[in-house]
Design a protein around this ligand. Sequence first.
Ligand SMILES: *Cc1c(COP(=O)(O)O)cnc(C)c1O
Length: 390
Amino acid sequence: MPPISNRVTSLPPYLFSVFQQKKKLLESQGVDVIDLGIGAPDLPTPAFIIDQLAKEAKKPANHVYSSYNGCQEFRQAVAGFYNRTYQVELDPDTEILALIGSKEGLAHMATAVLNPGETALVPDPGYPVYRSAVHLAGGTTTYLPLDAADNYRPLFDHVSKADWNNASLMFLNYPGNPTAATVDRSVFDEAVTFAKKHNVALLHDAAYSALTYDGYQAPSVLESNGAKDIAVEFGSLSKSFNMTGWRIGYVAGNRELIKALSIVKSNTDTSQFLPVQKAGAAALMSDFSAVKENIAVYEKRMSIMLEALRELGIKVAKPRGTFFIWAPVPEGITSSAFAERMLEEAGVIITPGIAFGPSGDKYFRISLSVGEERLREAAERMKVLNSKER
Ligand SMILES: *Cc1c(COP(=O)(O)O)cnc(C)c1O
């Protein structure tokens, strides 16, 4: 066995790949598995984006390296999006960077900010990449508690003074994965205040900002006063435009943080293929009607699943964003045991809340990433769990 770093060997396996292995095994035994665990859209990328890619791919001028920070057209499209949506002014040259998917940027930003041994505040429950990125960067994680009773609002004043003093980084994510929680501007105002007071870089992950329901518009952290002094926001086209495999995202905000990230990145990658960036620009400059069509699809699925859960005695309020349902597991069972029963007895994959942090263990996440028919079938099968004693 060749040498492997402790940083890598001490990382827990990416939970989603563990479930995919189990799924493969069951499928090889002929079990029809319905996968509500995948946090990605099943819908195709809108045609106008594919057309733009095809057009740009035919131009030899687009076959060369992109500039390190991404092409001008893409960065300007991001600036235009912020201006139209949030009335936030951004300089495309110094305050925006193209990313090879936002996950890449989130992970590399930990390397750009943290010195070994420094602390990052990571929401619990939260997207697992924050924690592993901090670990790979040589930092340590302190959980930022969220208030389950108040739509998973961060409890900034539950973080001890010592932890604030050790922290150099804080992640937030609204609309949130896995909780589907949304916030109003005041939460970001408070986050910026705390971040400035303790000199902590504030990284807001806005992967689901365009997937919202019932007239709710997700705020941007960059709308808050003084945000550009300490904060950046990560955006993604993956979830809103069904572009997960394309690998295109961006980060916007504080120029020192953007500069630091661009130094890490320019020593690691050379940005995304230009036609992908240009197709991404077309998506961001569009009227977002394609996103609205997606929202309509998810809303229908959401109501089917919420109704099914209600029949099972599991009450969940309709989320204002994301394509996730975050639901309590029945009394007296851990989330992993519940997920295992779901898979073994119903052939349905859901994600146990423990995958997202210790406080997630009383919950499970359903991803609305299959069509209505399959969702109804999954709901029907889930009743098996109710008919047996727990
Ligand atoms: C999917 C997801 C991402 C990553 O998206 P990419 O842009 O495809 O890398 C980031 N954050 C959260 C919370 C996600 O769910």
